[in-house]
Design a protein around this ligand. Structure first.
Ligand SMILES: [Zn+2]
Length: 177
């Protein structure tokens, strides 16, 4: 069931009033006038192919979609561009340095965290990396990934991909390659 975090607030997060009502869109405080919109949280990730054309996936170590295949990526930090975020996430999660980024597509997603959904927009890139031998040079972050896989496109079961946004990104990557 879709339980957006913004709909769960019982009181105005600014003044604490209980007169926190539907704001069309979002929520509105009838006491202090504070408004909160249900704007998406941005995330960015990248499809990275090795020299043999195999795509790099990590196995998610955490819910949601624990154990499913995910591309390196994650949520933007405040002040980051999409490109800066994907370069940082690739460095943190698989220890690789991005060389070039090509925009592929974006897709909305509902990310369940602490029992509530946040609406996200997942932005997917194709990336090249400076590493030439991914099997020798991938360094996983065990907090994020329980393993990794290098798969040819025809070896990828879309049902094994973590999110609809990753399936949409995979289709875009196939059309782009
Ligand atoms: Zn208020």
């Amino acid at each position: 069931m879709f339980r957006p975090l913004i709909a769960a607030y019982s009181h105005c997060p600014l003044c604490g009033s209980s007169a926190y009502v539907d704001g069309e869109p979002g929520r509105r405080c009838d006491d202090c006038g504070h408004r909160e919109f249900n704007n998406p949280v941005a995330a960015a990730g990248a499809f990275i192919a090795d020299a043999d054309g195999r795509l790099l996936f990590i196995r998610r170590a955490n819910d949601p979609a624990k154990g499913k295949l995910m591309i390196p990526g994650g949520f933007l930090d405040g002040g980051e561009s999409l490109e800066e975020a994907v370069r940082r996430e690739v460095r943190e999660e698989v220890g690789l340095e991005v060389a070039e980024l090509t925009y592929l597509t974006s897709h909305t997603n509902q990310y369940l965290f602490d029992g509530f959904h946040r609406v996200t927009v997942d932005v997917v890139f194709a990336a090249t990396v400076t590493a030439t031998d991914l099997e020798a040079q991938v360094v996983l972050d065990p907090e994020e990934a329980s393993g990794y896989a290098l798969l040819q496109a025809d070896e990828i079961d879309p049902a094994e991909l973590a999110f609809d946004s990753i399936r949409a990104g995979f289709r875009a990557w196939m059309a782009h390659r």
